[in-house]
Design a protein around this ligand. Structure first.
Ligand SMILES: [Zn+2]
Length: 358
């Protein structure tokens, strides 16, 4: 889907795996583009670019200034004719907005809830976590070593030290219609779900929808905020758009069938995790048991990258079901700790960022 235009020569992903699709700028409709990053794992985020006459709208920025600059460089022919005047952030995760500082002075748009969440994690603390995880990989304490290995393999392609979180200049709630260079752009708030303030962007005349991280294709979706009902409703509202193509936050360009499969994943996750929740099983154990089951292995999502993200999803579901232990209140690092144990612990010893869990 789409026409590949230009991109780096790399044939592997940032994690050194064979690339499932080529990295670079793809034309998905007239004057409408996506910067596609294989294979859609941690920080391998797709970016949208819409030419609107003599200016452009960028949808999301990369996790680091290096990758944001690289994308701008490859798109420079286009951007010389139509510079970026508007940036839209689909949500507050760093891999969608930590390149914002390259657009100071331009209009940056996001939901109120997204902006409120943008300081939830500082680049400095993520740098510290990256450094610590590199060091503790060699810890004699096996769970600590697993955590180090897991986080290091997730973070090592990225550099956060120069990031200055740059907040949007325009906030909206629910719905915003913009006209840029004569092109209608519709922004729909669909969160909370993946994060607190998710938005999708739809260009009616080009029939393209940019979904942000309510859509992961080929890698396991993550629900940091929930509730799951809202995330599923978000997918239904994207399916209701009169679009031919859907650009996910991560992974290859999606069809309606791909989005329906995501809804199936969430229904499956919810059903199976509920059974463990009712038995009083802790969320990480619930996720581990499901991931090891024959039932899971027979599902299409068992072949998606990072299946261990089911641990995060289990924690979020438990929280919405009213179960909050002292451990759960420790937040995302604690959840990732458990996720690392499930990914690298007793399931499979030598996996890289969870892509081979079985
Ligand atoms: Zn993302």
């Amino acid at each position: 889907m789409g026409t590949f235009l230009t991109g780096p020569e790399r044939t592997t992903t940032r994690f050194g795996e064979p690339a499932a699709f080529r990295e670079g700028l793809v034309r998905v409709a007239t004057d409408t583009f996506a910067w596609m990053v294989p294979n859609g794992s941690w920080g391998e985020t797709n970016i949208g670019l819409i030419r609107c006459g003599r200016q452009s709208v960028l949808i999301d920025t990369c996790w680091s200034t290096k990758y944001t600059r690289e994308m701008l460089m490859f798109a420079s022919d286009l951007l010389t004719q139509a510079p970026v005047e508007v940036v839209i952030n689909t949500h507050a995760d760093g891999d969608h907005c930590w390149g914002n500082q390259l657009f100071v002075g331009r209009e940056i748009v996001a939901t109120h809830a997204c902006i409120k969440q943008m300081h939830h994690l500082s680049p400095r603390s993520l740098s510290a976590l990256a450094l610590a995880s590199r060091l503790v990989r060699h810890s004699p304490h096996a769970p600590m070593a697993r955590f180090g290995h897991y986080m290091h393999s997730m973070l090592h392609p990225y550099e956060f030290r120069d990031i200055a979180i740059t907040l949007p200049t325009t906030a909206f709630s629910q719905r915003k219609e913009m006209k840029v260079g004569g092109v209608d752009i519709l922004l729909l708030e669909v969160g909370p779900g993946h994060t607190d303030g998710d938005a999708v962007v739809f260009i009616p005349e080009r029939r393209v929808a940019y979904c942000g991280d309510i859509a992961f294709i080929g890698s396991t979706p993550v629900m940091w905020s929930g509730p799951v009902e809202k995330l599923v409703a978000a997918l239904h509202s994207v399916l209701a758009l009169d679009a031919d193509l859907f650009i996910p936050g991560h992974g290859p360009i999606a069809t309606r069938q791909d989005l329906r499969l995501l809804i199936d994943y969430w229904e499956y996750a919810q059903d199976r995790i509920a059974l463990h929740h009712q038995r009083g099983v802790p969320p990480a154990v619930a996720a581990r048991e499901i991931l090891r089951s024959r039932d899971f292995r027979e599902r299409p999502w068992s072949r998606w990258d990072s299946p261990e993200r089911l641990v995060t999803n289990a924690f979020t579901l438990y929280r919405h079901w009213g179960t909050t232990s002292a451990l759960m209140r420790l937040g995302p690092v604690n959840v990732l700790w458990h996720q690392a144990q499930v990914a690298l612990g007793d399931c499979h010893e030598d996996i890289e960022h969870g892509s081979e869990l079985r």
